[in-house]
Design a binder for this molecule. Structure first.
Ligand code: UDP
Length: 244
């Protein structure tokens, strides 16, 4: 499948048309941004690493019957996906307090939440992606109630699958952001990416951060941490510690 016209360039990916109107190619970039693009940089090999990690996770979710846009990897950084119209909310699921939730609720980072918490943010760069609730989704006509209910159920199911999966490869899934879209036929699919750019992942034993917070907070070892996540997701270089 060949890349045709460039359809869109985002902060982390470039999207191309293909000869099939229902399929697009997503090219993962090394560019990194944070704080609504006020902080910019490059993370060596991030495109490759995030494309591979996302592909692994989308495959796993497909096996667990979570419909998603992933079709196949075309190269190290290129992914063939179904074309969807993205619904303008970012859905965040949290298991452990961190980042903006810690600030909002006054919780120390690392506090385990009573149950997984789902939040919606309005995808609007000019407004700085504000936190919104179900009524705002309705007021803004982002999607209908039925679709939002399905999105919430899918987001929680993704958590139910990925949380134990990451635990099995030595990581705590602290929180993550998902995006959803609808195909031409109106099918709701999980879309975008799932990677250390969009998840908080902490080492199970040491709580070492292995995600984009290393870039956001200038913690160093950014490339190494992204590569470590890939190694573990690919099942290389990590053994579940034995109980003895
Ligand atoms: N997140 C994301 N894109 C965004 C905002 C957040 O992928 O534009 C992810 C982020 O990596 C984290 C989760 O969503 O895994 C929750 O982020 P939070 O609201 O704590 O905001 P942050 O501290 O990242 O500003």
């Amino acid at each position: 499948m060949k890349k045709l016209d460039k359809l869109y360039e985002g902060k982390a990916k470039v999207i191309y048309a293909t000869i099939d109107p229902n399929l697009i190619i997503q090219d993962f970039k090394n560019d990194a941004t944070a704080f609504n693009a006020q902080k910019k940089g490059q993370i060596e090999d991030k495109g490759k690493v995030n494309a591979q990690i996302s592909a692994h996770l989308f495959e796993r979710l497909k096996e667990a019957s979570v419909p998603n846009h992933f079709v196949e990897l075309l190269s190290d950084t290129s992914m063939l996906t179904k074309k969807v119209e993205i619904i303008l909310i970012e859905v965040v699921v949290r298991n452990i307090a961190a980042g903006s939730l810690s600030k909002r609720l006054g919780y120390d980072e690392g506090v385990v939440l009573k149950k997984p918490l789902v939040e919606y943010y309005y995808k609007d760069d000019e407004l700085g992606d504000p936190l919104i609730n179900e009524d705002h989704v309705e007021e803004l006509s982002i999607c209908d109630k039925e679709t939002l209910d399905k999105i919430k159920a899918m987001a929680l199911k993704v958590n139910e699958i990925l949380k134990p999966y990451f635990a099995s490869v030595g990581m705590k899934l602290v929180d993550f952001k998902l995006e959803f879209g609808k195909t031409n036929d109106g099918e709701l699919l999980l879309a975008d990416e799932i990677s250390p750019d969009t998840c908080r992942l902490w080492d199970s034993e040491t709580n070492e951060k292995l995600d984009k917070d290393r870039f956001r907070r200038d913690l160093g070892k950014v490339e190494e941490s992204y590569k470590e996540v890939l190694k573990r997701v690919e099942g290389k270089g990590y053994r579940v510690p034995s109980k003895e």
